[in-house]
Design a protein around this ligand. Sequence first.
Ligand code: SAH
Length: 321
Amino acid sequence: MGNNIFTRIEIKRRLQASGTEQEELFERARQVRNTVQGDKLHIRGVIELSNSCAENCLYCAMRRDNRLLNRYTLDEETILSLADQIINTGIPTVFLQSGESEKCGCLLESVIPKIYQKHGCSILLCAGKKDFETYRRYKEAGADGYILKFEAANPSLYENSTGSSHAERLSCIRNIRSAGMKLGTGNIAGLPNQTIDDIVDDIFLAMELLPEFVSVAPFIPNNGTPYEKSPKGDIELTLNIMAIWRIIFPEALIPTVSALEYIHPDGQAAGLNAGANVITVNFTPKENRDKYAIYAKDRFVVNIEHAYKTAEQAGMTLNIM
Ligand code: SAH
């Protein structure tokens, strides 16, 4: 394989790498990571605030039309006490994720400054499309990063998979950047009707957006969605995308997502071997966790022990406290 990965043809080839070619790809990704950032595994604690959502993405169980899902929104007191727990565990980043509703937007405006004033910690959000002013207020209140995946660079693939405007999604992504927050973005591997060329476009779009955090998750068929019977995303393809992200973005934080563990035993350690360097521990209360079904009802829930085990399997260092 040629050394210049930045051409369309080379990216396409690496997306399909297997056997020795794939091992070389992962090795190069690890080398880039370890040279630029060392072998440190970063850790985040996530609180999934609410599964109410106004959007209707065909792949996501939180979609508006999914009547099978019981909706919940955590109350402010619970969120603040979970944030305390994250910080008291020694995890430096409070990650607040949710579906998209007005109620949850207001909740965020109220909890962000309280968490920030109490802990002065890093606060990362993933709560969907908002207007520029809202992103700016989140930033001012203390949030330093926001993840909004473009999901698919191909406008028609995006629009057919979500029922929403691609241009609007991209404009939100750019607004996050203009609001002064670190930007996280990325795609889904194995979305129904996605081609390899679509994924090459995903990689080129990310190169334009220059995210600080970049992530890919394998598509997981969710019950109660139009895509519930579609095949799940391929782990090898997902890992190849992660390795390419790493080579292209040496300084990025790249999570090894729990969906990898769901589709494959030790899938998250495999993600670290492909160049990732972040793991997210779940702090959502148990009774709400099953209802926050972005991946699947029986999704894999990461705890601290699993984070340590995964770091060890991949020969990375996880230091809490
Ligand atoms: N509504 C917010 C955040 C919550 S969902 C938003 O749109 O950003 C967070 C991420 O979960 C989404 O960006 C999407 O990429 C991912 N996701 C949702 N359903 C999925 C599925 N079935 N398979 C894989 N990833 C999924």
